[in-house]
Design a protein around this ligand. Structure first.
Ligand code: 9D3
Length: 249
């Protein structure tokens, strides 16, 4: 799959593409990330990519023409090999990125990602070219680069061979949609704090019940909305419901 990224700060991407479980997918081109520095498409005389907003007010607007030249260069470069791809703009006005959108993108041929800076883009670029606007949530960032990296990371870890067998099993297991259970490793006791004895018992069925109950308890306390969603999707068993009816929140 291929992602083309339009950005004023391509140097922000390089270090992220070189670390962790996703590194191999990027370095082999399994996930082919191509960076398109917007400055390369600036107006030749002034190298401008932004200007003041018509109507006044503080803050600058990203100019439509450099963005259109960058997009034309991408479309031309993709025309040879890659299938048509949607244009996704990262914007505070977008719909919130969800794991279900990540899963759909992970199963696709990729996308063209546009990272906004300043107050935003000239609306005419959005109206003409943008298929989807995505936000990370209701907090304010300086631009779309971290959201683009977030999407790339979330999509790439779902590619075949990126996660180990256990982790990828978890992806489609019964447990998804709930918060994770707590994890412990060595040492067995840390001052007064021991690892829950069941985890040292070797009794795999008891361990599975304990982990499921911790998941249900944590999710019911912190994210009751996720319990409701799991219930509606038919992802809670009779045993889950019985445990939930017994716990005091
Ligand atoms: C005063 C109006 N602001 C909108 C909330 C202006 C503004 C703030 C921040 C315009 C652009 C930005 C830059 N943010 C992004 O490009 C962005 C973003 C974000 O700020 N939060 C969550 N998700 C995203 S995706 C892109």
């Amino acid at each position: 799959m291929r992602f083309d990224v339009v950005t004023l700060f391509p140097e922000l991407f390089d270090p992220f593409l070189k670390v962790g479980v996703t590194r191999r997918a990027y370095s082999t081109g399994q996930v082919d990330v191509r960076l398109w520095p917007l400055r390369d498409h600036a107006d030749n005389t002034y190298r401008r990519i932004d200007d003041r907003a018509y109507g006044g007010g503080p803050g600058m607007v990203m100019l439509v023409e450099p963005l259109e030249r960058a997009l034309a260069a991408i479309r031309q470069d993709r025309a040879e090999a890659a299938p048509a791809a949607p244009v996704i703009l990262f914007s505070p006005a977008g719909t919130t990125l969800t794991q279900s959108r990540v899963q759909a993108l992970a199963a696709s041929h990729g996308a063209i990602l546009v990272c906004g800076r300043y107050e935003g883009l000239d609306q005419r670029f959005i109206d003409r070219h943008v298929d989807e606007e995505l936000s990370l949530g209701d907090f304010v960032l300086s631009g779309g680069e971290l959201p683009a990296l977030t999407l790339l990371d979330a999509v790439t870890r779902l590619q075949p061979g990126v996660l180990n067998a256990a982790a990828s099993h978890e992806q489609d297991s019964f447990s998804d949609g709930l918060l994770d259970c707590p994890h412990y490793s060595r040492p067995e006791t840390l001052g007064d704090d021991a690892v829950p004895p069941v985890l040292l018992s070797g009794h795999h069925a008891h361990i599975a019940v304990w982990r499921r109950e911790r998941q249900l308890e944590l999710t019911a306390r912190r994210r009751p909305d996720l319990i409701t969603a799991a219930r509606q999707a038919g992802r809670l068993s009779r045993a889950d419901e019985l445990y939930l009816s017994k716990i005091r929140l």
